[in-house]
Design a protein around this ligand. Structure first.
Ligand code: FUB
Length: 307
């Protein structure tokens, strides 16, 4: 291994999953979930969100807990896959949680700093009363319109108002057609590969939807697939497998460009003591093809450091 190289998993002090990178003011911030060591009911036991940052992809600063279930009065469980975005000098952390007495819903934490602490807005942003409202991914388009996609087993979206903490109620929650053309034939509940963990962004005028998915047949763990579109709300065209299925049941993509390099963050169960409920975040470097497509990215030992 080269001297100036990170080693996967990149966080080794605790179990972390669902990596969500955000580049801001020359720093790469990585938001993650946190798998507790001690499980309750032998299931995902997750109470808070964490943040780490780097400027060289090798040395990571641990900013600790930046938001948690104990900051959200109306939620009682499941601090699941978040994403953070900056707008107008503030930072917005979108987080799936279990609503007390309800189903899954999407919370928003607001902060003046990328490393928190975040303050809950006091109520769910999205709460359809079902279990689909998980794994938010947020993006602000060039015209200023912000989109929040989410969902398992269906991909849905809302338009965010400029305040980033309310939605355009005249549009409401829109459902993306779960077709084979968009997400390929697969074994999840819609009959496509789309599972959960969408990651939405735009690059060189092309919109990307990367997601955790379930293939047909014997395969049981999640892989990554991706679709592209000419517009922010589709139609989405399936483009292929971005990362083959891993060693643990779930996976969650987080992509960004940083200092001229492109990175895919994901998770495995590869820390000592790892399991499907004790995951650890990893990173791989990749390159886009000239036409914007991406070849399948291999899991790796780590990435080179950068200046
Ligand atoms: O980590 C909890 C849930 O498992 C996430 O919300 C999903 O994306 C999957 O990783």
């Amino acid at each position: 291994m080269a001297e100036f190289m990170s080693k996967n998993p990149i966080i080794t002090s605790i179990y972390t999953a669902d990596p969500a990178p955000m580049v801001h003011d020359g720093v790469l911030y990585l938001y993650t979930t946190h798998d507790e060591d001690q499980l309750i009911n032998d299931f995902y036991t997750m109470f808070d969100w964490r943040c780490y940052s780097t400027t060289d992809m090798v040395n990571w600063t641990d900013h600790g807990k930046i938001f948690g279930l104990d900051d959200i009065e109306w939620a009682d469980d499941r601090a699941w896959a978040p994403q953070c975005i900056a707008r107008n000098g503030k930072f917005y952390l979108y987080c799936p949680v279990h609503k007390t007495g309800g189903g899954m819903a999407i919370a928003v934490g607001v902060s003046d700093s990328p490393t928190g602490p975040f303050t809950d807005i006091g109520h769910p942003l999205v709460d359809e009363g079902d279990w689909n409202d998980i794994d938010p991914t947020v993006f602000i388009d060039d015209d200023g319109q912000a989109y929040l996609y989410f969902g398992n087993p269906e991909l849905r979206y809302v338009l965010l108002n400029e305040d980033m903490v309310s939605i355009d109620e005249s549009v409401g929650v829109r459902k993306i057609p779960m077709t084979v053309e968009s997400f390929s034939k697969g074994s999840h509940m819609t009959g496509t590969t789309y599972g959960e963990g969408p990651w939405f962004y735009k690059r060189n005028g092309l919109y990307y939807m990367v997601f955790a998915g379930f293939a047909e047949g014997e395969k049981r763990n999640e892989h990554f697939g991706y679709a592209t579109s000419e517009g922010p709300t589709g139609p989405w065209i399936y483009r292929g497998v971005l990362m083959e299925e891993g060693p643990c049941f779930t996976n969650h993509p987080g992509l960004c460009d940083y200092k001229g390099h492109s990175y895919l963050f994901y998770h495995t169960d590869e820390l000592p003591g790892g399991s499907l409920f004790h995951r650890s975040v990893c990173v791989a470097e990749f390159a886009y093809n000239e036409d914007g497509t991406i070849d399948t990215i291999a899991k790796c030992d780590g990435v080179d450091g950068i200046e």
